[in-house]
Design a protein. Structure first.
Length: 214
């Protein structure tokens, strides 16, 4: 499938077939796409919780708005995208050490420059805890875009979910104590035979309204 076809065929799944589970090998591919997502100064300010069983679904359900219950109940996997709060020095040093381990720095002062540059952008976007979270959330939305597209490319349906109570989710999972904050929920799986959204035509503003060639 070419990329235009993938973008046309991807749609927001409203009802999943609970009997169908994503094979581990494909799940691993999607996790790799998440891991490889770009982020400003390679900050990777994230952590992801994976829900793949009914006990875990029941646990998070009180945080999901009612309209979205069927997606979480019947999809194969639900992911909870979290931001690191605060994005602390320990995390930045962890990223730096990983970059070194992965061979990003040769001889010279590259390592120091990278570290300085990252601190500059983190500080620039961290005037308040709120602005830091906003900046981190933008990185998580990049992951969302990559994940939805990649899932569609390998025949996996998905639903991005903002319709949840983030404070309740944080409480249920004890996120604050772990230095995390929930930002997004994503369901992955296979559409139900009667998912009406599958046959609803896609609707987008026409090209001439959204692009201006300079
Ligand atoms: C960030 C984000 C949050 C969304 N939240 C929800 C949600 O809580 N529940 C839902 O059913 N759909 C949700 N959607 C799906 C959108 O309504 C959908 O993407 C949009 O109407 C376009 O339709 P399409 O994805 O089928 O092309 C969300 C989409 C995005 C990108």
């Amino acid at each position: 499938m070419n990329i235009t076809d993938i973008s046309r065929q991807r749609y927001t799944t409203k009802h999943y077939d609970k009997t169908k589970k994503i094979p581990e090998e494909q799940l691993a591919q999607l996790f790799e796409v998440i891991r490889n997502s770009p982020s400003s100064v390679n900050s990777q300010p994230w952590h992801f919780f994976v829900v793949d069983n009914d006990d875990a679904r029941a646990k998070i359900m009180p945080a999901i708005v009612e309209m979205n219950h069927p997606r979480v109940a019947d999809s194969s996997h639900t992911l909870i995208f979290c931001a690191k709060t605060p994005l602390d020095e320990q995390h930045l040093q962890n990223v730096l050490a990983q970059e070194e381990k992965d061979g990003r720095f040769g001889e010279g002062e590259i390592k120091e420059m990278m570290d300085k540059g990252r601190h500059f952008y983190v500080n620039k976007n961290s005037a308040t805890p709120h602005s830091q979270l906003e900046w981190e959330s933008r990185q998580l939305y990049i992951v969302l875009g990559q994940l939805l597209f990649a899932a569609a490319a390998i025949g996996i349906d998905s639903t991005a979910i903002e319709g949840f109570d983030d404070q309740k989710m944080d409480e249920i999972l004890g996120l604050q104590q772990q230095g995390l904050k929930s930002v997004l929920v994503v369901c992955l799986g296979y559409r139900a035979a009667n998912d009406s959204n599958a046959t609803r035509p896609k609707s987008r503003l026409p090209e001439e309204q959204i692009f201006t060639r300079l």
